[in-house]
Design a protein around this ligand. Structure first.
Ligand SMILES: [Zn+2]
Length: 162
């Protein structure tokens, strides 16, 4: 996208008596400037995609094993077969950028949907995940809330809340 300044310059060039000379003068400003390679950007994006794919491939089976066929929200409902309310969904608790065994869990489709929709409220699912983390000795932090300052819980090791 040309900037507003570029568009103004191009208009001046279009209205000038010697368009060719004006254009040459304008273009001379860019001599020595390297255009940003779009392929470098695409390659970086692709690398990101591949590294996520690799992380998911490595992490997800471990989480499936841990869940052992049951919703990990604490309800303990066994997963059903097929695309139902009770089929197993993998949830990245803190979002797609946080892919680890400690930051993801398996939920029934129904509970995954409720979590995604913050039903009955957002902190409810933070509490569920906190209890899940405590069960396995994982570190927990509440999810960030836009525009709110969330206090970090004190670091406790080996303490479970039952
Ligand atoms: Zn559940």
């Amino acid at each position: 996208m040309p900037s507003k300044a570029d568009i103004r310059a191009l208009k001046r060039i279009a209205e000038s008596k010697d368009v060719g000379a004006a254009l040459a003068a304008y273009l001379s400003r860019f001599k020595g400037l390297k255009a940003r390679s779009p392929s470098a950007h695409a390659a970086k994006k692709k690398q990101k995609r591949l590294s996520r794919k690799g992380a998911v491939a490595a992490v997800r089976p471990l989480v499936v094993d841990r869940a052992n066929g049951h919703c990990e929200c604490g309800c303990g409902v066994p997963f059903g077969v097929g695309n139902t309310d009770y089929s197993a969904d993998w949830d990245e608790f803190y979002g797609r950028k946080r892919v680890s065994v400690q930051e993801t869990w398996m939920l029934s489709r129904r509970h995954h949907l409720l979590k995604t929709q913050n039903w009955p409220y957002r902190a409810y699912w933070d509490e569920k995940f906190k209890a899940h983390c405590a069960k396995y000795g994982y570190p927990f932090r509440p999810r960030l809330v836009k525009g709110a300052v969330v206090a970090q819980p004190p670091k406790e090791r080996g303490v479970t809340n039952g």
